[in-house]
Design a protein. Structure first.
Length: 145
């Protein structure tokens, strides 16, 4: 599985930690930036990750900023992206099962690296259930048109 990952300057240390974690577990990782803790604008990196997923260049994506809120809002502006902001394992699992979330947003000021690793692992392990959830995702897709 190939994952795109990106962050703003606040999320940079968490992004770097998660990148090493993912690579150590055999994932291919496309780092969409940022490359330092120098101030920058999060929508740039949310868009790069979201577009990599939407275009099929990556299977899923992870975006990180201070709270995860800005990144999730920005990523969800890209057609075909279902970005879920998750701060715990339960919501990460349901984001995949019920919403087929293809991008995960995390808050670097909210979760530690260890907790983020657990959230990401749970999110990556889950599959979309389909069934009763399909009509809802179709409604969302219609809203994007």
């Amino acid at each position: 599985m190939k994952l795109a990952i990106g962050s703003d300057f606040v999320g940079y240390p968490l992004k770097e930690g998660l990148k090493l974690f993912l690579i150590s577990r055999g994932f291919e990782v496309l780092d969409c930036g940022t490359e330092s803790t120098d101030p920058c604008d999060y929508p740039i990196f949310a868009r790069l990750v979201a577009e990599a997923v939407a275009k099929g260049e990556c299977d899923r994506g992870i975006v990180i900023c201070g709270t995860g809120i800005g990144m999730s809002i920005a990523a969800n502006k890209v057609r075909g992206i279902r970005c879920a902001l998750c701060h715990d394992i339960f919501t990460a699992r349901l984001a995949r099962r019920h919403n087929d979330a293809n991008v995960l947003a995390l808050g670097a000021n909210v979760v530690s690296l260890v907790h983020a690793e657990q959230i990401v692992t749970a999110w990556l392990e889950e599959e979309y259930e389909g069934g009763r959830h399909d009509p809802r995702l179709q409604m969302i897709a219609q809203m994007e048109k």
